[in-house]
Structures are given as C-alpha cells and as structure tokens.
Design a protein around this ligand. Structure first.
Ligand code: ATP
Ligand code: MG
Ligand code: MG
Ligand code: MG
Length: 434
C-alpha cells in the first residue's frame, strides 16, 4: 500500500511512520553522502534528509542537485529530532520530481530592493517571512468573522459599485456604468450597513474598499479591506466598547493561534499581550493641547497626519481613542455632541508604536432635519442621497458604527514598516502588477 499523503502540520502525529510529502524545495545543502532539503508544503516547513546509501547513484545526484523551488513528491519516515527547528524530520526513501525550474529562481538569499520584490510578488509570497505575515492576516480575518458570529451580528455584503460618493468626493474612482452614467467604487459600505441595521439590528461587512489616494505614505493602499459594523440603538459609549472588544478579541486569537508565525517574523508578543480593554482615551481638544505643547504646528480644526498620530499614540502601550473631532474635519453623517455642537460623537482608534489610525467610528445622525442641514452644509447632491434620507423617515433610531482597516491591523500586529506587505497583492499609487 502506498504511504498516505500527510501535511507537514500533522507530521508530529505520525512519528516513525512512512508518509508521502507533496510540496516544494525552498533551500538545500549537501555533502557527498547526505543531502538536506528544506521543504515546505503550505502548512509548514520541514527538513528532509536523503542518505546516499539508500539510493542509486543517479537518483542521489538528482536529489543533491535539485534546484530551489522545484516541486516534488517524496516518501519517507518521520523521525523525532530535537536539533531540527520543527523537532521532526523526514528521512527520504523515495523521490519524485514534478517540475524543476526552467530558469534560475529570481529571488535568492541576497538582499533585493523593494521594487524588485514587488515586481515579483507572485513569487515573493513563497518566502518565509511573507508566508508568515499572510498566515497572520488569515488568522485576523478568521477572528473578525468569529467575533461577529459569536455576538449575533448578521453579515451584510455591501455593494462595490455605488451611485453616491459615500463620504467625500476627493478620492473616489469613477467608472462608466451603461446608461446610468458615472458611478463610483465603494470607499465604504457604511451607508448601506445603516440601512441594514434598521432591519437586522447588528450588522457587519468585510470586503474590499477603494480610494484614489494620491499621497504616497506607508499606511495607504489604493485597494484595502475594511470591516465595518453598525448597530441600531448603540450610542457613542456602546460603540467604543464594541471596538475595544473587537480589537482585543482579534489580538487574543492571533496570540493563541499564530504565536509561531509571530515568532518567525520576530514580533515582540509581550507588547501585544497588553492589548486588553479598557483602551486609552483622549478628546480631540486634549490631543491638540498635547501636540502644541510638543511643538507641533497644528490648529484646532485640522485633522492629524501620521506624525501627529504617532506622537499621540506613542505615549501609551495600549491603543488610544481620540474622540469628538471638530464637525468640519469629519464626515457629514456624524452626530453632533449635545454639549458642544462644534464637535461630533466620533472616535479614531490609534494603534500603539506609531502604526496610525486603525479604526474610524461615530454615532450617526438619526434625525431627518439634522441630516438635511449637514448634507447642505457639505454641498452633497441630495438626489443621490434620497434613499439614505429615507432611513430617517421610517422608524429612525440612534445608531453607531465604525470601520476597521484590515491591513492597518495586520501591519500593526506584524510590526510592518509598510502596509504593502500586509495584503497578498498590493495596489499602490504606481503598481497594479502582478
Ligand atoms: P487616514 O486618516 O489614515 O487616511 P481615514 O480617516 O481616511 O484614514 P476612514 O475613512 O476612517 O479612513 O476608514 C476607516 C479605516 O480604514 C481607517 O481607520 C483605516 O484603518 C483604514 N484605511 C483608510 N484608508 C486606507 C487606505 N488608503 N489604505 C489602507 N487602509 C485604509
Ligand atoms: Mg484618508
Ligand atoms: Mg483619518
Ligand atoms: Mg478615519
């Protein structure tokens, strides 16, 4: 009977058994009598050992000379080995090549520039560090879904093509849409989630978002994934708690299920372990005072840039909520604060260690007359917002929600310098290839 195909992640359950391995060679070294193949199969990394005495000369030469990134099928016996990084090794008894690279593999051990690596992203995702980062991203996305499922939210997929501009006209992608004319790629699904919250109460989405961001920063992608949530009858304080709980849940899950991946990429988990509710809080006005004292040239009314966000957040080990921004600095749909109508009941959640804004949230305007005033104040085309105004006519209630940037969260948790490594195939200002 042929040995059973077993994934590397399950090797520990098959000690001293003979199994089949299907995967790739990502590195190798050899002496005259023994060849060490560094193998990967998508679930893990393992060392394979071939001894000359177990093969005919030709086969052993084939193993010894195997090129990096060859695809292979092996059979072998799994042996315990405390010296190997995974504590198990595969002692190879049979060797079959599927394909050997027909050109030299372009990514080697030497340092490559970032442009070269991005140009070869389709291959770069095979590299160990990139593999672990994208595994952590996967864990984060799983945690997001589980959090909402455990808390009785309904998943509402919001559309990508939208007739209204969402929240600000500045950075939308415009497209031709049959006879309809111009439509836009979604910058947010929030307005649709607000509609759904009036039917389902607690709703969320998880999908791609598009912003024609002309600025080149380490924190902006053109296409990024956002998770938005919206809850009927939630006020500002409920909204803050929901965000705290979500972020803490994600962190807990990553620490539980992906601590090996974090270790592989050298992330300090002590810092991540501290991410538990309650988070830090500060009003926008307090933040401005703090920044002025630190010598920043910023006036009340202006939004923060990356430097300001870093200065504010790096005072603390936990994430920081900056709340109650000036009405004029934020989107039209935010509920004014009763005690000071110049500010709105919103929050930006800033990650520690300078990773910037990961969430933007707010209590939404629920009264029709207030919404009409704000749409006019912001000069928005009323005809496109009719359906949104409708929501304020039929059993409207106070409600709140937020949007969490998936790649910002990945970049923070993984400790990445640049957000382009936080998504499998990044779309940036100058790159849509591969
Ligand atoms: P920023 O101030 O950093 O430009 P924003 O305030 O424009 O962000 P929001 O509209 O509040 O962003 O979007 C919600 C979340 O989506 C942000 O908190 C952030 O995590 C993420 N996000 C926004 N723009 C981008 C982008 N271009 N690339 C990646 N993530 C983004
Ligand atoms: Mg922005
Ligand atoms: Mg912002
Ligand atoms: Mg924001």
């Amino acid at each position: 009977m042929d040995p059973k195909w077993v994934y590397v992640k399950d090797f520990k359950k098959h000690i001293d058994q003979t199994v089949e391995f299907r995967g790739w060679v990502w590195n190798k070294r050899s002496s005259g009598k023994i060849a060490f193949l560094q193998l990967r199969d998508g679930t893990g990394f393992i060392q394979g050992i071939a001894e000359k005495k177990n093969f005919d000369d030709e086969t052993f030469e084939n193993i010894r000379k195997i090129k990096m990134e060859s695809s292979i099928i092996l059979q072998g016996t799994i042996k315990k080995d405390e010296r190997s990084p995974e504590n198990v090794e595969l002692h190879i008894t049979s060797f079959k090549k599927i394909q050997e690279p027909i050109e030299d593999y372009p990514i080697s051990k030497k340092e490559h520039g970032i442009d070269f690596l991005m140009e070869n992203r389709h291959l770069w995702i095979r590299s160990r560090r990139q593999f672990h980062i994208l595994k952590i991203r996967n864990e984060i996305l799983k945690a997001i879904r589980d959090f909402y499922n455990q808390n009785d939210f309904t998943l509402i997929d919001t559309p990508i093509f939208t007739g209204s501009i969402g929240e600000s006209a500045g950075n939308t992608f415009k497209l031709d849409y049959f006879d309809y004319g111009e439509v836009y790629l979604a910058q947010t699904g929030q307005l649709y989630l607000e509609a759904a919250a009036m039917s389902f109460g607690k709703v969320y989405n998880l999908g791609p978002t598009f912003r024609s961001e002309k600025s080149k920063t380490r924190r902006h992608l053109i296409e990024f994934w956002m998770n938005e949530a919206e809850v009927a009858f939630y006020k500002h304080e409920d909204n803050i708690k929901l965000q705290e709980n979500l972020v803490s849940f994600i962190m807990q899950r990553v620490l539980e299920n992906a601590s090996d991946d974090l270790k592989e990429i050298g992330r300090d988990t002590n810092k991540l372990q501290k991410i538990k509710p309650p988070f830090e809080r500060m009003t926008y006005t307090q933040a401005i005072d703090f920044l002025k004292k630190k010598g920043f040239e910023i006036e009340w009314g202006e939004d923060f840039g990356a430097d300001e966000e870093s200065a504010l957040a790096s005072q603390f080990e936990k994430p920081l909520f900056v709340e109650k921004y000036p009405r004029k600095a934020k989107a039209f749909y935010m509920q004014p604060d009763e005690t000071n109508p110049d500010v709105v009941l919103c929050d930006d959640l800033l990650a520690p260690e300078g990773y910037g804004e990961i969430i933007g949230g707010s209590e939404r305007i629920w009264e029709e007359s207030v919404l009409m005033d704000r749409l006019k104040e912001f000069n928005l085309p009323l005809d496109q917002y009719q359906w949104y105004i409708d929501l304020r006519k039929f059993g409207s209630v106070p409600h709140s929600g937020f949007g969490l940037g998936v790649e910002r969260t990945v970049a923070w948790i993984c400790g990445l310098e640049h957000i382009r490594e936080a998504i499998p195939f990044a779309r940036t200002l100058y790159r849509v290839y591969p």
